[in-house]
Structures are given as C-alpha cells and as structure tokens.
Write a protein that binds this ligand. Structure first.
Ligand SMILES: NC(=O)c1ccc[n+]([C@@H]2O[C@H](COP(=O)([O-])OP(=O)(O)OC[C@H]3O[C@@H](n4cnc5c(N)ncnc54)[C@H](O)[C@@H]3O)[C@@H](O)[C@H]2O)c1
Ligand SMILES: [Zn+2]
Length: 360
C-alpha cells in the first residue's frame, strides 16, 4: 500500500491510501476512530452489487453498527432530493456527531456523501472509498462536496475534508473503458499543468494504462494524487493556485452544458483542454508542435478533440456564464509551457473564439 499524507498547518488532516485490495481498510478505519461508532455506507446501484458486501463486512470489524444507503446511479440523482433521503436514513438510525459516512463509488457518490457529511448535524466525519479513475485521482481529494440544483451543476455545496481516502485500484477492473478514459482526461491535465515528465510518462505508457496493467495504474494514480494533493494542501479553498486544476474546465463546462450532459465530464475536459492549449499557442506560450502533441495525447485515450453541432458563439457565451468567473472576467487557465499552467484573466472574446475554432 502507498500512502500520501495531506497536511494543513503542519498537521496531518488525512491519508490517501492506494492499495490493491481492501486489506488494510480495517486498520485505517480504527486509526481514525470508527471503533464503537456507527458507519453508513452510501453507494450507487451499480457499485452496490460489486463491492458493498465486502466493504460492509470489513467495516463491521471496525465499528459498532454498519448500515447502507443505495441510490440509483447517475449524475441525474446528484440532487437535494436524494440528500434528504440520506438525512432521513441517518436520523432513523440515530446517527450522532461522532458517527461516520463512507462514500463507496465514483464522484457522484463522493460529492453527495461529502455534502451530507458536511451538513448533517453541522458536520460529521466521512471517508472516501473511490471506485472510478476520476474519483481516485480527483474528486475524492480536496474536500469539495456538493450537488446539482435544477440545471445548474455543483451549484450547492461545501468544503468538507474527508477523514480518510482509501482506494482499491483493482476496482478499476470492473469500470467500463469509456469511464476509464474519461478519468484519463484529469490525469493528462495533472501532467500538463504541473509535471512535464509525468505527462511524457503518460504518453509513453498509454498502451499499458489502457490494458490496465496494475503497476502502471498504481504509478499513475499515485503521481496524480501527489499533484492534486499538493495543490489542495497549499490552497484548500481555491483562493489561488487551486484554480489551476480548472485547466480545460472553462470551455469544458460550457460543452458539458450545451451537450446536455450526454458527454462524460472527462470527455468535455479533453475538449476544453484543447481549447485552452490553442489559446496558449496563439499567445505564443507553447509551440504548434506542443499543441498537436497535446491533441494526440487525448486522442490516444479515445478522448474527443473535436466537437460537431455546436457554434463557437454559443460555447463562448456559455463559458462566460460559468460560475468560475472572477467578477465579469473569464478566469482562463493557460499553459506557459507543457507542465506549467497559469491563471490568465485577460483573455479576450476574440482569443477564446479562435481557440474554440481549433476544435469545431
Ligand atoms: N468534488 C470534486 O472535487 C470533483 C472533482 C471532479 C468531479 N467531480 C464530480 O464527480 C462526478 C463524476 O464522477 P465519476 O466520473 O466517478 O461518475 P460516477 O460516480 O457517476 O461514476 C461513473 C459510473 O461508473 C459506475 N461505477 C463506479 N465505480 C465503478 C466500478 N468500480 N466498476 C463499475 N462501475 C463503476 C457508477 O455507478 C457510474 O455509473 C461529477 O458529478 C463531478 O461533478 C467532483
Ligand atoms: Zn474535472
């Protein structure tokens, strides 16, 4: 098992454990104080038949009582109606402030469980047990929790740090190829914004990653968790550097909305990254060869680098209505070089339109 410590003001706040089974889960739960407490495992209808029984049995060895809440899988259920049902379950099971929630599943499960934990009795502890690549390298780390409200994505939420993140990478074996590749968009992003040699490693190991070679997955998830962990440790509430993680998300969110959420988040991030790379190229920050190379990298993981049926003007307007604006300026994350991102608040509409033009 590999472990990364996330710290705040010299003190550990939680461990990220990367393992090939759930073998050490019991001892890690005991370490954070679950003994004698209740645990509610929140999971979705796809993950429950695969992993709930095993994880619940292990939780029984480290707690007084284990209950579970299963919701219908899918982003459409990441809403306040489902959260109310989780509150109800916790109340009926008499959960108090010292009890725990475990999020067993992908980012949807993690965001909802985290939000429930942040708000139930003004905050209880929760544990992330992520089972998708996206949730392992991204959403389970950093304490952003929340739900969608009406058509607005992640509109209601809270920062609430987990007490533990524990991932069993063998759960990736049951994940379908499209979901695995969607997670790769965030992985490639980590290399592009922070670590050029990691980015090159991803390119060189595409085949092994796609065939889910365990050692390659382990190295990759570890490196990505280091990038994400480092950034959120320095800037937990997104007052500065954490915004760099939004590389590819500015135009990406616009495409997600305009495609009515039919494309997976990672697929939209791939496209948004191509737009951001094009703007970086047009500003003379990266070369044409770098730009082409970035497109090829997303392509190698079957991620889209072109979109049809959308107008540049609509993508621009939707980009500008994104909640990640700073006042009325779009906060664009661009590349200074491959492996180094920066925040640019001075990107003009013309520059964005030209960047969008590179992929429609
Ligand atoms: N909080 C954050 O910082 C943050 C960051 C990025 C994304 N997100 C959120 O994460 C969500 C996307 O996460 P996601 O891509 O994990 O989606 P998801 O949770 O919907 O999981 C994708 C699909 O895979 C299934 N699944 C999960 N694990 C599986 C496994 N091991 N085997 C087989 N099937 C499995 C799920 O049931 C679901 O159908 C979005 O709601 C997004 O807003 C949050
Ligand atoms: Zn993302």
């Amino acid at each position: 098992m590999k472990t990364i410590e996330i710290r705040s003001q010299e003190k550990k706040i939680y461990d990220i454990c990367i393992d090939n089974s759930y073998e050490h889960l019991v001892e890690k739960l005991k370490e954070i104080g679950t003994v004698g407490r209740k645990i509610c495992i929140v999971t979705d209808s796809n993950v429950a038949p695969l992993y709930l029984k095993d994880v619940a049995n292990l939780c029984c060895q480290a707690s007084a009582k284990v209950v579970h809440f299963v919701f219908e899988a899918g982003e459409a259920n990441k809403n306040l109606t489902v959260i109310e049902k989780i509150y109800e379950k916790l109340i009926l099971e008499k959960f108090d402030r010292k009890d725990f929630i475990i999020a067993l599943g992908g980012g949807v499960t993690g965001d909802m469980s985290g939000y429930t934990a942040a708000t139930y009795l003004r905050g209880i502890k929760y544990i992330q047990v992520p089972t998708t690549l996206l949730s392992q390298v991204d959403s389970s780390i950093g304490g952003k929790t929340g739900v969608d409200f009406q058509q607005y994505k992640n509109m209601v939420g809270a920062f609430h740090q987990p007490a533990l993140v524990y991932m069993n990478l063998n759960t990736l074996k049951t994940l379908d190829d499209r979901q695995l590749c969607a997670g790769m968009a965030e992985v490639i992003k980590h290399g592009l914004i922070k670590n050029a040699s990691y980015y090159r490693w991803i390119q060189d190991n595409a085949e092994k990653i796609l065939t889910r070679d365990y050692d390659s997955l382990e190295h990759m998830v570890y490196e990505s968790c280091l990038v994400k962990g480092d950034v959120v440790e320095r800037d937990p509430k997104e007052l500065g550097e954490r915004a760099l993680l939004n590389f590819g998300h500015t135009a990406g969110h616009a495409v997600e909305k305009l495609k009515n959420f039919e494309w997976l988040h990672g697929e939209c991030v791939a496209l948004g990254s191509v737009v951001a790379a094009a703007v970086s190229r047009d500003k003379g920050r990266i070369t044409e060869a770098d730009f082409e190379d970035i497109k090829e990298t997303f392509n190698a993981f079957h991620l889209p680098v072109n979109v049809s049926g959308l107008a540049a003007g609509d993508i621009l307007e939707t980009t500008k209505s994104d909640k990640k604006m700073d006042g009325c300026k779009v906060k664009f994350i661009l590349l200074k070089a491959v492996g180094e991102a920066y925040i640019d608040k001075e990107v003009s509409d013309e520059e964005i339109t030209k960047g969008i033009g590179a992929c429609i």
